[in-house]
Design a protein around this ligand. Structure first.
Ligand code: SF4
Length: 344
């Protein structure tokens, strides 16, 4: 089932292959989602200047190196990646790197109507839209009173018309906020091209005041949906897939669940992340990243850069979600990288 090519695979210290690269192309966002960049913490955010961002040429060069080390899936993230000007140019350059199977984008959907066609024509094949509710009041409660729910729904409809290979809708559930809207969301997307995925609220970064009491456990969500729309489990499509896949018994499609808190999947985590300013992070909850931009700009050769990446990944032992409660009980936990700096 898993087509691992032993000749072109870089394993970490826990024998997990490097397969996925997530690239944050901008740390800014036009939303202020409570679980990522809450409005209340506005004064803590200092964003990078554009000259600090990796240039498109630098992103393409680094991506080529990661692909030569076994990466086949690239996901562009942010902040909000569609705020990065001319993103379609980067996508067509990345698409030219032959052995990239999946070229994906995670967006809040607010700018999709304007950009979806150009992204599709440039070679993007997967889109994931973060949409936590269909209720306008809750939408603004969860994203810091920004943007329009209707605009995001129109953006999703645009993507459906353009027939991306995959279109997913990520819903972060927070108890007491949007957990009573689960069945409405299922009803709305069931039978459509877009695949709904419910995500457990996570303690990403340092600003969202995470508390386990606000986590809606995936088991609860599956039981609730199954009681109304019978489900059956599906096999994972690939090693490192984060979502547990289920099919609707009535044949109207599938639905997914990402249970990073209650059913961690660190054991098969194949993801590396590059931040907007070019730091390599080996875990979403990491505190330290390795600067690749300086050696890149100081003229290191591809071979030397590959060796650096090999060394970092080879030493990787991250499994934060499996160790969460132990690590969170430590008196001095080092601040983590913010999700808007490395993408989800
Ligand atoms: S917590 Fe870190 S190691 Fe575990 S699945 Fe998430 S990114 Fe991977």
């Amino acid at each position: 089932m898993y087509n691992d090519d032993p000749h072109n695979t870089l394993y970490d210290a826990l024998h997990r292959p490097l397969r996925d690269l997530r690239i944050s192309v901008i740390d800014r966002c036009n939303f202020r989602c409570t679980y990522c960049m809450p409005e209340t913490e506005n004064n803590h955010y200092s964003f990078l200047k554009s000259q600090e961002w990796l240039s498109f040429a630098e992103i393409v060069r680094l991506t080529g190196l990661f692909v030569s080390l076994g990466v086949t899936k690239i996901r562009l993230t942010g902040g909000e990646p569609l705020l990065r000007p001319n993103l379609f140019e980067l996508i067509s350059s990345l698409r030219a790197i032959g052995s990239i199977k999946d070229l994906a984008l995670t967006t809040n959907g607010s700018l999709l109507v304007q950009h979806a066609r150009a992204l599709r024509e440039a070679g993007l094949n997967r889109v994931t839209v973060s949409l936590d509710t269909l209720d306008a009041r809750t939408f603004h409660q969860m994203n810091g009173r920004k943007g329009s729910l209707q605009r995001v729904l129109e953006g999703i409809a645009c993507c459906e018309e353009l027939h991306f290979d995959s279109l997913k809708i990520n819903v972060v559930l927070q108890r007491g906020v949007n957990d009573r809207q689960i069945l409405d969301l299922v009803q709305y997307f069931k039978g459509r091209q877009a695949i709904l995925r419910f995500i457990e609220y996570m303690d990403v970064g340092n600003c969202n005041h995470w508390d386990m009491r606000y986590v809606v456990k995936t088991r609860e969500v599956i039981d609730l949906i199954h009681a109304h729309f019978p489900l059956r489990p599906l096999e994972a499509k690939a090693l490192g897939e984060v979502a547990m896949r289920y099919a609707f018994e009535d044949g109207s499609g599938e639905i997914g669940f990402i249970a990073s808190v209650t059913q961690p999947f660190c054991g098969t985590c194949t993801r590396a992340r590059i931040s907007t300013e070019g730091k390599l992070y080996t875990c979403l909850f990491a505190s330290e990243g390795t600067d690749l931009r300086t050696p890149l700009r100081e003229g290191l050769s591809d071979l030397e850069l590959s060796r650096l990446i090999r060394r970092i990944w080879g030493q990787r032992t991250d499994r934060y979600s499996e160790q969460r409660s132990h690590l969170r009980s430590q008196p001095h936990l080092a601040p983590k990288v913010e999700m808007f700096q490395v993408g989800g």
